[in-house]
Structure formats: C-alpha cells, structure tokens
Design a protein around this ligand. Structure first.
Ligand SMILES: [Zn+2]
Ligand SMILES: [Zn+2]
Length: 190
C-alpha cells in the first residue's frame, strides 16, 4: 500500500490518493468516444490521450482521494444528462477523475492528475484496453477489447458492491453531505 501525490499541471490543485495497492489496482485504458471527447473539450488531448485515443484511468474510491490545496478549483462536466461526472481543474483544465454518483464509491483517477513517473510500479500493469472500437487507427496494444469486456464489468461491479458496503463513498472531495456534486456540473451538448 502506498500513497501517491496528485497534482494539476499548473500546481494550484494538490491532493493525495491513499492506500493504493498495485496488486489490487484496476488500471484500464479506455478508448471510448466520451473519454476522448472529454479530453478534447478541455483542449488537453495531447497530454491525456495516447496515440490511439486511449485514456488511462485507475479505479479507486472516493474516500481514497483527498485534496489539500485548491479544492475550489475542482469543477465537473457531463457529456450527456445521465453520463458520468467528469472532473477537471478550472485553473488549467487538467483531467482529474470520473465519478458515477455520490452513492457509488467509484472514482476513476485519470493519469494526468497523478504526479508519478513510474505508474507501472505504483499502480501495477494496465489490466485492460477497452472500447477499442472507438480507437484512432489500429492500436497495437498488448490486448484489446472492442467494447467493455463482461468479465471486467463483473469485476468492477463486485468491487463496487464491496467498496459501497465499506462506505468508501465518503468522505468525498467531489460530493457534499447532501449527496450533490460540490459544484454544479456543466452539461456539454455534443
Ligand atoms: Zn491547475
Ligand atoms: Zn471511456
């Protein structure tokens, strides 16, 4: 278990991801069009997407994330009315994390917000490359799944249930006690 420093590009937002276990970590590269659109909308595709349009996300829980500086600069958007809340920093548009809702422990930390060079060591290897149906070009990832593999979905749901029961939804830097996002999400209409 280790803690990893989190930081936006300009350094005004600083945080920590606690108790990261590389053996248990679920690190995924997602090529879906929504993840690409999020990076594009922020104008951060060059630092966020790999050459095939993939975004690397590490599945953590909300309570593992603390923000020590610049909490007021955490903003969020949705690409559709019901889509996940996608968090970024208002100071420099660094992609931060994806969350589903206050009730779900899940928080997928985007690699751009992690201030670590050796992600393979700290987070463990990338477990899956998903949604490659939306990839740019022909990816030469070690493995790839055109959609989201059912086995992985089952694993994520199981993890979620366990983490939800453990109460890992709170404390949350993203949602207040009233279960609402701490800032009003912007809905981006594609
Ligand atoms: Zn910043
Ligand atoms: Zn995606």
């Amino acid at each position: 278990m280790t803690s990893i420093p989190l930081q936006c590009r300009c350094g005004q937002v600083k945080g920590t991801a606690h108790d990261i276990n590389p053996r248990k970590g679920l690190r995924v590269v997602c090529c879906c069009d929504s993840c690409q659109e999020f990076a594009n909308h922020l104008g951060q595709e060059s630092i966020t997407l790999d050459q095939f349009g993939g975004t690397e996300v590490f599945q953590a829980t909300q309570s593992q994330i603390t923000v020590e500086e610049g909490q007021d600069k955490l903003h969020c958007l949705r690409l559709s009315k019901k889509g996940p809340l996608r968090w970024y920093t208002s100071c420099c548009n660094t992609p931060v994390a994806n969350t589903i809702s206050a009730k779900m422990a899940f928080a997928g930390i985007i690699h751009t917000f992690m201030n670590v060079d050796n992600r393979d060591e700290v987070l463990g290897p990338v477990k899956a490359y998903v949604q490659t149906q939306h990839a740019i070009g022909t990816p030469d990832y070690p493995t790839s799944s055109p959609k989201f593999p059912l086995g992985l979905i089952a694993k994520i749901i199981k993890n979620q249930l366990i983490e939800n029961i453990k109460g890992r939804q709170t404390p949350s830097v993203f949602f207040g006690n009233d279960k609402r996002p701490r800032v009003k999400p912007i809905i981006v209409n594609l």
